[in-house]
Design a protein around this ligand. Structure first.
Ligand code: GAP
Length: 445
């Protein structure tokens, strides 16, 4: 069994992501754009797989949750009603000496500037709204201001009635959505952790007032369970309840699921009791009825909402951090291995012919074609087999299939497991079923 060595650092992650095509700096050939990142061939697969895992968990595995994909740009009144125009701001200070800008709640204003070291140089805090503004149409004036949505949630609230009227859903029910959100963050650092353009996976669960505390507890439990299912190490997950000074303007109660990132404990997902704030405000601002009529009791009410709000791009960083390991092998080598859950690994199976000659490569290509229908498959025939295994370990490929001379004789191949590096012989006809079983029963060692 290999021994674990160094803990992951952000530098190591950034370097692996670049080297293996997970994440690139945006517009790199022009010197890069601050805090914007592009997902490369491996990163896009990982991100999609996490999104699909979440989508399945929320919609397919919950009969009372339906999906939605709302527009990024919405009527500007939405953001007045939601409270974002008035409240969605961070306090900002500038150092008068070095001109660096900080969030006033992130630094000690009585201490010297953390960049230039000068004392007493900060400006008075000013509120800075985080929403990006643009104009719809060719004329730039105040009448056609629109915002890029800072959360996906409002697209769900403004479609509440549409969904009730068209989908035969009954309270309690949820609406799930995945999409881009934009915030003009003052401080963006730590790679893809906090960026101005990011993706959220949100679900708004509509409940009868009075049952909200119970559903809040239910969703807290469900969401923590989801991360365990995803194979995330339990000792790196914890709850943080918001104090009264931290609660968002819409929340009655809120808990964050925090993950132990390379830079420490940080928020990964929020579970919020948003009460009837959002639907109530949209009813007030739009003049359109947002109440729900219960069939049996004939009671009419504005539903309460329990929200689960996870960052998709932040989940990618969490999954990368959690998966990364350097292992000291018995032969003195160190292998870097990404222990992704096989259900979300960018490549599920690598097909590696031991040699290219004597028809082995052709046989390997046949096996690749067989598996391609079911799995994300990668074919690699060049280089020593040990080096090819290491490459797949570093990309997090859970299964390697090696095709050799015996394969030609008896139809068996070697199936190698990433985590344990153990190898078994499997008949090629049983390979797909065996891999499916392994994915289903996967437990990280
Ligand atoms: N609808 C509620 C809402 O947006 P939030 O706590 O502001 O709540 C939810 O955001 C999640 O979205 C966070 O837990 C985080 O994962 C992600 N998130 C928020 N701001 C982000 C940013 N600037 N970059 C990346 N992810 C972000």
């Amino acid at each position: 069994m290999a021994e674990k060595t160094a803990e992951v650092t952000m530098d190591k992650l950034v370097s692996l992501c670049k080297r293996r095509g997970f994440v690139f700096q945006s517009s790199e050939i022009y010197g890069g754009l601050s805090s914007a990142w592009d997902y490369g061939p491996m990163g896009v697969e990982l991100k999609k797989n996490i999104q699909n895992f979440w989508w399945k968990e929320m919609t397919q595995l919950h009969e009372n949750i339906v999906g939605l994909d709302a527009a990024i740009m919405m009527h500007p009144k939405v953001w007045e009603a939601s409270g974002h125009v008035a409240n969605f701001s961070d306090p900002l200070v500038d150092c008068k000496e070095c001109k660096n800008r900080f969030r006033a709640d992130h630094i000690d204003l009585s201490a010297p500037c953390p960049v230039c070291g000068n004392s007493g140089t900060f400006t008075e805090p000013r509120q800075f709204n985080l929403m990006f503004q643009t104009h719809l149409g060719p004329v730039k004036d105040d009448k056609n201001i629109v915002y890029l949505r800072p959360e996906t949630a409002q697209g769900i609230f403004v479609n509440f009635r549409n969904v009730v009227q068209t989908s035969r859903v009954k309270i309690p029910f949820g609406i799930a959505q995945v999409g881009k959100a934009f915030r003009n963050e003052i401080v963006t650092k730590n790679f893809i952790f906090r960026t101005c353009e990011f993706e959220q996976m949100e679900m708004q669960f509509f409940v009868k007032p009075g049952s909200d505390d119970e559903w809040f507890n239910y969703w807290r439990e469900q969401r923590m369970g989801y991360y365990k299912k995803l194979g995330i190490r339990s000792d790196r997950l914890r709850w943080h309840q918001h104090g009264s000074d931290e609660l968002a303007h819409y929340a009655k109660d809120a808990y964050d699921i925090e993950y132990f990132f390379p830079m420490g404990w940080q928020e990964l997902e929020g579970v919020h009791n948003r009460t009837d704030f959002d639907l109530g405000r949209h009813q007030e601002f739009s003049g359109k009825d947002q109440t729900y009529l219960e069939d049996q009791t004939k009671e009419r009410y504005v539903p309460y909402v329990i929200e689960t709000s996870a960052g998709l791009t932040r989940s990618v960083l969490m999954v990368l951090s959690d998966a990364y390991e350097e292992e000291q092998l018995e032969d003195g080598d160190v292998r870097t291995v990404m222990h992704f859950h096989p259900a979300i690994a960018p490549i599920t199976v690598a097909i590696l012919p031991l040699v290219k000659k004597d028809g082995i490569a052709e046989l390997a290509k046949e096996i690749e074609a067989d598996l391609r229908e079911d799995f994300n498959v990668f074919y690699d025939q060049s280089g020593a087999i040990g080096r090819r295994y290491r490459r797949q370990d570093e990309g997090g490929t859970p299964y390697c299939v090696t095709v050799d001379y015996d394969s030609k004789e008896d139809g068996t191949v070697t199936l190698r497991f990433r985590d344990s590096m153990e190898q078994v012989r499997v008949h090629r006809n049983e390979l797909a079923a065996r891999i499916r079983k392994e994915i289903k029963e996967y437990k990280r060692v």
